[in-house]
Structure formats: C-alpha cells, structure tokens
Design a protein around this ligand. Sequence first.
Ligand code: HOZ
Length: 424
Amino acid sequence: MNTTKSEALYARARKSIPGGVNSPVRAFRGVGGTPRFIVSGEGCCVVDADGNRYIDYVGSWGPLILGHRHPAVIQALQEALETGTSFGAPTEKEIDLAEEICAAVPSVEMVRLVNSGTEAVMSALRVARGFTGRDLTIKFEGCYHGHVDSLLVKAGSGLATLGVSDSAGVPASFAETTITVPFNNLDAVERAFAAHPGKIACIAVEPIAGNMGCIPPAPGFLEGLRELCTRHGALLLFDEVMTGFRVAYGGAQTLYSIRPDLSAFGKVIGGGLPIAAYGGSAEVMSHVAPQGSVYQAGTLSGNPIAVSAGLAMLRTLQANPELYSQLEETSAALTANPPAGVTVNRVGSMFTFFVTKEPVTDFASAKTSDTERFKRLFHWMLANGVYLAPSQFEAGFVSTCHTHADITHTREAMAAFFESETRG
Ligand code: HOZ
C-alpha cells in the first residue's frame, strides 16, 4: 500500500502541530506507523491522501452514525451558510435543537449547548457541585470524560493508549477531588460513599464504557448507581457523549430505563460538526447562569452552522426509527462468532474486538488484551482496506451506510489475519 503522501504530510505536520495531530488518539501511537491523512469521506468509506480507500469504523470517533456526507446534513449546511456563520446571539434553531433533545431524553427538561464533549462534562460537573454544595466526584477506571482537569485520573481513551493514567499540568488538588473505582463494581462505589459521607457531588459514568474499548454495564450496575446517588444526595451524571442518539435515539438511559440527574451529549448531536450539550431536570439546570449562579459561557455555543447539521441528523434519526434496527442487524453480523482468541463486546452499533480470551468487564480485564497482536491486526486490516480505531482501548462504530458486503469483507479480512497468525 502506497502511503508516501501521508508520510510526507505527517513529517510536515510534526513541525507545526504537537505530535503532528490535533488530538492524540489520531497519532497511531498505540499501533505504530503513519496516520493516514484523510482527504474525503462518502458513506461508510474514507479516502486518504495517497488515494487508498478504507471501510471506516471510526466514523470521526462516533458522530457519523449516518455515514459521511449524508444528504440531509449536507443540505442543511448549505442552507445555513446562506444566512451567516455565527451571530453570538440567540437563534430559533437553537430552540429547535434543545426541544429535539428534551423530547428524546426523558430525564432532560432543559439543555445548554456547548462546543465539545469535554465542555459538556466539565460544565455538568460544575452544575453538580453548585447544586449539591459538594466537591468530590466518583469516576470509573478507564472511563474518559474529555480532558477535564479533575477527570484526567485513571482515564481511558488516549491516555490508555499512551499507557499513562493521568496528565501533567493537573494540580494535585484538582485530581484529589476525584475518587476512582473499577467499572461495574457497585461495592467499590458503596465504599467510596461510606469513606466520604456528605462530600460526593456526583458519580460521572459512561453508561456504556467506550473509552477503554466498548464495555456494557453489568446487569444492575446502573440501577445500583442510581440508588446510591439518591440515597446519598449525590447527582448521577451520565456521559452520553458517545452513546447519546447512538445506542438508541434517547441514548443509553432510554435503552436501560435509568433516569440520571445530568447528562452530557456530543458526537451524534452535532452531525459531524463541533457541538455538544448538557442537560437535566429544570430544577437542576435552573442553577446555570444567567438563571442561576453556576457560570458557563461560550462565543460559539449554539453556532448556527453546527446546530443546523445536528438538527438534520437528529430529525433524520427521529423520523426513521428503522435505522436503529438496521444498525443492530448490521452490527450483529459484524461481531457474530469472532475468531478464536478474540472477545467481542457490542451494544447496538458500538463495538470492540478485544484480542483476549478473557471476558472484558472493566479496565483491568480490557488490559489483558494482547496489544502487540492488536497492532498486527490493525495494520493487516488497514492493508486490506479496513480502518479500525488505532487503539485496542477505543470503540468502533457502524454507520447506516455499512452494507453486508462491507461487513463480509471486514470479517473475511479479520479471519484471514488470525489464520495467518495460527500458521505462524
Ligand atoms: N472521545 C474520542 C474517543 N475516545 C476521542 C476523541 C479524541 O480524543 O480525539
């Protein structure tokens, strides 16, 4: 496979951009080699600077549930561009998007639009602290909630890929406001509440972990978190940046019938443009400025171009519920009967092939994966025109554009890899 142009672009990028990328997860650090510089995407495929075409299971890390350049999103963008790019003043479309989110998610009565998942979780956390008058947060090992200072503790995603558990530049006093416990371990959460009575503002959780690879909640886990928060006067914060409008239209909370106090959304709600949101009950959200005393702001918040793309995405999903059944069917076909030595986890169109025989239920079991073998698998798939997330500790995403032919090609390529490894 010719990668000359990507290599040249990567060399050039490293001179003006740290590590040559604008987000560490793009740098192929977990798998080695040259990140592909993408020039275009259409449907479920992307094309790199050398003209190589790949079936894309990254989907911009989750937003592109309808694939690249969905006609409804492109049309909404074209129309929005006719009227202006940013006003820094309210627009009617922001209300439309807020209403769409509130209608879809029963626990959300009010929502504030922001620009990234990081911003959404950071702001929701501030609301939880403002509302409860408490400082501490419980988070789960291997979960990642964006690069919020206090949550970069035992974090997944790029930190797991780089093999580090936290970040330089975070004051110890910030990190100390976070208590980390293993995912799917209610006893550990109970012990954390017992050790810090009256001090815990919230539990922040990805209801389906996606940033240490895809790990579903064990039966009763989310219900237990709900009960513990209620019992101890803490708020339950669902980080649905990855799962919102992905695993079901109303997100993981609808799928599992849990009512969190606060939720953060991103990715799918922006239709591929930078937009995110946090929301909750009117009682909780009325604490946000200017209605309340928890300050949060943004020049480009509710940007009309991003809002238009998000609205087009959500309206398309809302009007076509059969798309979720299609995603379920395609994703089930992709992940059925994995090769020996592979554990596959999947919820809806979120999945991870872990190169381990062990069941993967938390960060410790995710780390039993053979990351050296994963590297070889990743490059084999790339050479066969399949673009997986360049890390064992990330989720993959199926879009409505993936066809049975794409799935068959992917499965055959993966089977051929394991056969070749067996032959040695
Ligand atoms: N949240 C995305 C999946 N882990 C990655 C986004 C990023 O860090 O670039």
